[in-house]
Design a protein around this ligand. Sequence first.
Ligand code: PMV
Length: 378
Amino acid sequence: MTYMVKKLSLPKFYFMFTATDFIPNPYTSTIENGNFEWSAPSNIALVKYWGKKANQIPANPSVSFTLNNCKTITKLAFSKKDTSALTNDFSFDLLFEGKPKEDFKPKIQKFLERVEVYLPFLKDYHFTIDTQNTFPHSSGIASSASGMAALAMNFMSLERKLNPEMTDDYFYQKASFLARLGSGSACRSVKGNVVVWGNQANIEGSTDLFGVEFPYTIHENFKNYQDTILLVDKGEKQVSSTVGHDLMHNHPYAERRFAQAHENLDKLIAIFENGNLDEFIKIVESEALTLHAMMMTSMPYYILMKPNTLQIINAIWKFRNETQIPVCFTLDAGANVHVLYPENVSEEVLQFIQGELVVFCQNGQYICDKIGSGAIAL
Ligand code: PMV
């Protein structure tokens, strides 16, 4: 007689984080002054985060490729205030490309207020935050993800001086947690190459509180995956992401959309493992169009794509049909198009971009980027 032996898979237990885990114990060290410098990259979502709950908790999980070339470099200089100067205010100067930039200050002020409970030293120091981007200013590429991630890394470097026993895991998890409080998608800019943010039952360790590296096998096809960003419209967006997220409250399709994001993320787990690019393309392009469909069906409704966005999408579909080259597009909350393709077809796709897509870019501008490994201490 034969018996079927069913293998018992025992559930693994993961530590469930809560926000209070990031409130530090009293510090064991002191530091008077110094400086740190970090670069943090931008990221491009494959499954989109669109809609949030209180405290920057996402309404659905998302997954992104961390980029390599589009990044923010931020230097943080700090000096301890003398006790007579201790007030109940934050004290910081903000420089952009070496020059004072007053209009960036309110965003930083708001960030400091949000994270103060997790970084209780913030009012003890005067800070100079000196920041620059590797991509052109007002290119329509959001710098909030890379910017908030770079700033969070610097604050964590300072906290590590005050608590030298800090583990690397805590350092990166808390950096991502803080970046999230600055700008949701920024939490996916701390690590590489594929980052998940938001609770997903089938992804061990995933959490709404910070981004985690995708923990399973990733097929060779995705190694050095390319992202060429076509700059269709470099102007200021008519509707900010903050307003867009907010319009997902009471949106007629919100619940179905949130469920779809979970389904798509589950499908991507298998696709990352088997490297099926046709299936990858279906999910990525559907996610991009769904994001924009949410904008078009909110109340008030709006459109961020431009005529040239559609021209590019149609040209990519035609090229893919004719050549069978697995190139696809995704969009973030704007008119620019991210053209995604595997490294082994780079030459053909770049030729296609230069020959047929550049005409749709503002001033013929585009940026060549690819998947990257996350924030770096400089
Ligand atoms: O991080 P926010 O609030 O700027 O929102 C970003 C939203 C999208 O870029 C459209 C999607 C995403 O997941 O990055």
